[in-house]
Design a protein around this ligand. Structure first.
Ligand code: PEP
Length: 255
């Protein structure tokens, strides 16, 4: 059985001192012995604050992006080596906000995926269709292009070290959630694509997260679906109680 992953994406929120306050309150709730994997993805500037408090807990810390090059004249970029040194274990790649506002391409996501794997970071590759794409019935094509683009040239062993996050763009930060059935249908489609790209054993083991207005009231129903292996949570991960409740929802299903 695939372990569930409950992951928070803080986007451009929380200063270092706000991060400290969150982490102290979060830690006090009890972070040991959960059945699910837990991950938080703060801004670069808050990573040290988070590690200083959560570094001795099982919580994984991820960056929200990184550069595809090792080092050098890439002003403002952050390298994989820097993230490893800062004690990140994962990195989000290709989030729809990066694609929409910063012109992230499938080729760029692919380069970054390879770079993350080279440094032992787990890439969480985000894919998903817009409302217009869903309505014009090109959703499957869009998802296939994004998925296979991100995984281009990777071996099955490398693909096994990635996590996929399906995030319908129309559901991110909008309060609109895909119904568990809608999400399951796309997750199944993604797993079938992964099976074609790799093999059944690899596709069976890969974690596919759902993201898009996930919250305590819908976490249980989403996580109960066969091919939904966790959640990537924006807004609700900024509230300690909400995020913790979603971890508990996962615990119940993983026990
Ligand atoms: C996200 O940022 O990946 C996300 C899913 O955001 P929200 O939960 O706020 O929709």
């Amino acid at each position: 059985m695939r372990k569930l992953l409950i992951a928070g994406n803080w986007k451009m929120n929380q200063t270092a001192s706000q991060t400290e306050a969150f982490c102290l309150e979060f830690k006090a709730k009890g972070l040991q012995g959960h059945k699910v994997d837990i991950l938080l993805s703060p801004s670069f500037t808050s990573i040290p604050a988070m590690i200083s408090i959560l570094g001795d807990t099982p919580v994984h810390v991820a960056a929200q992006d990184m550069c595809y090059e090792d080092r050098g004249a890439y002003t403002a970029a952050v390298s994989a080596e820097m993230l490893v040194d800062a004690k990140c274990s994962h990195v989000l790649l290709g989030h729809s906000e990066r694609r929409q506002y910063f012109h992230e391409s499938d080729e760029g996501v692919n380069l970054k995926t390879k770079q993350a794997l080279k440094y032992g970071l787990t890439p969480i590759i985000c894919i998903g269709e817009t409302k217009e794409q869903r309505e014009s019935n090109i959703m499957e094509e869009v998802i296939k292009t994004q998925l296979l683009g991100a995984l281009a040239d990777l071996s099955n062993e490398e693909i096994l070290k990635t996590v996929i996050a399906y995030e319908p763009v129309w559901a991110i930060g909008t309060g609109l959630t895909a119904t568990p059935e809608q999400a399951q249908e796309v997750h199944r489609f993604i797993r079938t694509l992964l099976e074609e790209r790799t093999d059944m054993e690899t596709a069976d083991q890969l974690q596919i997260l759902y993201g898009g207005s996930a919250k305590p009231t819908n976490a249980d129903a989403l996580l109960s679906e066969n091919d939904i292996d966790g959640l990537l949570i924006g807004g609700a991960s900024l509230k300690v109680n909400d995020f913790f409740q979603m971890i508990e929802a996962g615990d119940k299903l993983n026990s």
